[in-house]
Every structure is written in structure tokens, then in C-alpha cells.
Design a binder for this molecule. Structure first.
Ligand code: SF4
Ligand code: MG
Length: 331
């Protein structure tokens, strides 16, 4: 039931709270050890805030985060520091997340020093060399600066910075969306290999369903601060149940131009509503091509199990069977 609500304030002399942006509004999910959880949704749906809240980089305002059985949200700072080493983050844009004035050695040493890993200089060197090998960077990279590398190599530095601490969980926030398409697969494959080798657990955040498809064991779809669907990866791509997932899916480009695209085209009405003032009932009802009068706008659907998928839609079965047809959407 994780929540992150940011206050909206106004006032000249004294701040007055006039509302809250419900960036994350009661999310329940489990990332199984050694697996990859792909978290997908449009920008502004709260997925990055959720990732940061899991790592306690943003303070949750409600609910709990349990890591290996330890509840993190009320942990004293000293204990949390010890846990931090085990949970690392990879960011979208390595250019802005790496300090341009630090060379690679200093970027990688910083975390080791902060967590007191590897006492001597030569011990730290050994850890750093191993990490460079793991991410496919040459040892001479140590004396170079971030701007001397290509985008893909910079992301390898970002991955190395996370890995050097020997984490168990990595939250990767849009790890390839700043990279050329040709480089994206290399970085995704690297993450996959590292997982195999090191037994890592991943939460991979993306706005694009195609990016997480091949590395995710489980995929969750977020809309306006809430999880609307979650299923094992194969199942989600084969048979999406939530209207929003279906709409996202219909926007994924077809990889092979020779293959006829028989998928349904789903157009969404309007823009993403403000998370400060989410629609009543089902938050998706203002854009949903299947929305039904009254119930969809008054009753919030809970996530429930439908044949192995968790889905938050009152009409999931009727939509899947074709009993309910989508309305025409005027655009
Ligand atoms: Fe659409 Fe209603 Fe299902 Fe929400 S509950 S996704 S509005 S059909
Ligand atoms: Mg994997």
C-alpha cells in the first residue's frame, strides 16, 4: 500500500497546503529475488517516484517497503545506510547523473569509500577492475572523464557505479531511453548477462512496453499513481486485459514490416489527467474506450486476479470475451 503524496503549497509569507499530488497512491507489488520486474507507464504516472520510494531516495508518505524481510520506511538512518549498499539505482541519462569533473576511477571509488568497502587502495583497485571487466569497459577507462565516452559506454559507467558496491537489487530507471536504438539492445543484453552471473534482482522502469519485454519475468503497468495490471511477461504481451495496457500495446511499433499488423488500434481520448486531481471511480474512465456509465466513474476497481493476471478493471472478463465493445473515440 505504498504512497507518495507531494503537498502542493501556495502563499506568500506562509506556505499553505492546498492539495496533494498523489504520485504513488497505494501500490502493492512484489519483485521476486533473482527476477526482473518491468514497470511500465506514460511519463507522469508515478513509476520513477515509485522506484525512488522503494530505495528510500524519496520518502514514502504511507505504506511499507520490505527488502529481504526488513521494513525500510521507519528504519533508523544508520541501519538504512547498511541496506543502501544492497540496493542501487541506474539512471536514465548517464551524462547528467555522472559528475563531469570526476574521472571514472573517482566515480567508482566514491561509493566504495562511503560504504567502507575494500580497505586498501590496491584492494579497491581489484574490485574496480573486476567491475570494469563485468560491464565490458577497458581498464584504461579509469583515468578518463564521462564526456570522453559514447552514450552507451557512459551507461556502462553508470552500471559499474551501481555494481561496484555488490548490490542485490538494482532499480534501473529508463536505463536505455537516452540511447540510440542500436545501442539499446547491447545495454539490455548486458543487464541480462549481469543478472545471470551475479544473481541480481531488477526493477526496470520504462515508458515503452517493447523495452522491458525480453528481460522481464513479470510486467506491471501503472496509470496515474496506481498499478492497473500485472502479469507474467509472456501472458501480459499475449493477452493484455486492461484497456490501458491494450492501448499501450497497440502503440508498440511492429518490428517486421513484411508482417501484416492485425492488432487492434486503440486511440485514447484526451490527455493524461493531473495526478493532483485524479478522476473519480476508475482513474482511467475519462479516456477508456470501454467505460460504462455510473460504475466506472463512481467505483474504484481493485486489483483482482483474472486467470493469473492481476487487473484493476470492473469489466475485464466482458472486454476479453468481446461481450463489451469499445466506443468510437473522437480525436
Ligand atoms: Fe475502463 Fe471501466 Fe475498466 Fe476502468 S473499470 S478500465 S473505465 S472499463
Ligand atoms: Mg532476466
Amino acid at each position: 500500500d505504498l504512497k507518495v503524496h507531494f503537498p502542493i503549497t501556495t502563499g506568500v509569507l506562509f506556505d499553505r497546503v492546498v492539495g496533494h499530488v498523489k504520485a504513488v497512491d497505494g501500490v502493492d507489488l512484489t519483485v521476486p529475488r533473482g527476477q526482473t520486474y518491468g514497470l511500465v507507464g506514460e511519463s507522469g504516472c508515478g513509476k520513477s517516484t515509485l522506484g525512488r520510494a522503494i530505495l528510500q531516495l524519496t520518502a514514502p508518505t504511507g505504506g511499507e517497503v520490505r527488502f529481504d524481510g526488513v521494513e525500510l520506511t521507519r528504519l533508523p538512518a544508520g541501519k538504512l545506510r547498511g541496506m543502501r549498499r544492497r540496493m542501487q539505482m541506474i539512471f536514465q541519462d548517464p551524462m547528467s547523473s555522472l559528475d563531469p569533473r570526476q574521472n571514472v576511477e573517482s566515480i567508482l571509488t566514491e561509493g566504495l569509500a562511503a560504504h567502507n568497502i575494500g580497505g586498501s587502495r590496491s584492494e579497491r583497485r581489484q574490485i574496480i577492475y573486476k567491475t570494469l571487466d563485468a560491464v565490458g569497459l577497458p581498464h584504461w577507462a579509469l583515468s578518463r572523464y564521462p564526456h570522453e565516452f559514447s552514450g552507451g559506454q557512459r551507461q556502462r559507467i553508470g552500471i559499474a557505479r551501481a555494481l561496484v558496491l555488490g548490490p542485490e537489487l538494482i532499480v534501473a530507471d529508463e536505463p536505455v531511453s537516452a540511447l540510440d536504438v542500436s545501442i539499446q539492445a547491447q545495454v539490455i543484453n548486458l543487464l541480462d548477462e549481469l543478472q545471470e552471473e551475479l544473481g541480481l534482482t531488477y526493477l526496470v522502469i520504462a515508458h515503452d512496453l517493447a523495452v522491458v519485454r525480453h528481460i522481464s519475468d513479470v510486467v506491471g503497468v501503472m496509470y496515474l499513481g496506481a498499478l492497473v495490471e500485472e502479469a507474467p511477461s509472456d501472458r501480459l504481451y499475449r493477452e493484455p486485459l486492461h484497456p490501458y495496457t491494450r492501448a499501450l500495446m497497440s502503440a508498440v511499433p511492429v518490428p517486421d514490416p513484411e508482417v501484416e499488423d492485425r492488432r487492434e488500434r486503440i486511440l485514447l481520448a484526451g490527455d493524461l489527467p493531473s495526478p493532483a486531481n485524479p478522476p473519480s471511480g476508475c482513474r482511467f474512465h475519462t479516456r477508456c474506450p470501454w467505460a460504462q456509465p455510473t460504475r466506472c466513474s463512481t467505483e474504484r476497481p481493485e486489483l483482482r486476479d483474472v486467470g493469473g493476471t492481476r487487473v484493476a478493471c470492473h469489466w475485464a472478463e466482458q472486454i476479453a470475451s468481446g461481450e463489451l465493445r469499445p466506443h468510437e473515440v473522437k480525436v
